[in-house]
Design a protein around this ligand. Sequence first.
Ligand SMILES: [Zn+2]
Length: 208
Amino acid sequence: MTQRFVKGHIAFRNRAGTEQEYLQRLAIDGQQPMALYIGCSDSRVIPELLTGASAGELFVVRNVANYVPALANADCSVGAAIDYAVGVLGVQDVIVCGHTGCGGIRAALEGVEALAPQQSSLRQWVQNLVPTAENARARGFAGEALAQRTTEENVLDSLDNLTSYESVAARLGEGSLGLHAWVYSLENLRLRVFHADHGVWADAEAVL
Ligand SMILES: [Zn+2]
């Protein structure tokens, strides 16, 4: 099964051109990514593909349902990536990107009891999302609107939790870090962004 990917790698390596030269140049110059991108592990939501970013431009963290726990409840792997990107590499922006049809969000809405007991790590992780899901349900949302609302609120909660990290708080205090909430729609390939000033989600093109 993985032979396909090994062959793909060989084809990638054998491609001559400016892209290969650019990638090799990065080994010498080091990385200076512009943004920290926190997204879902979902195989259909590929950060570089949907943003047009090149190697070296996005520092990426992906986990189930693009969740950032607050520092008090920190997952060390997520926290380490945040500290490194924000505190050491000095990215200018942090993007948290959710997406439609997210299995993690669906699991939170169905309740962790629906997950097999052997999936203890998944159950524990998804439990983080349950309060957001229950909150949306308590406000009367149902069906697709409930999933959409939970997806959006989960992104906003994660951005809010980001501010509990000292490295992020320090940069926000300097006014040198931007925080961005996105939701990508698998169905129509559209990106929606949150406008904090007005408290609304809108099509990404509207801000250009
Ligand atoms: Zn997902």
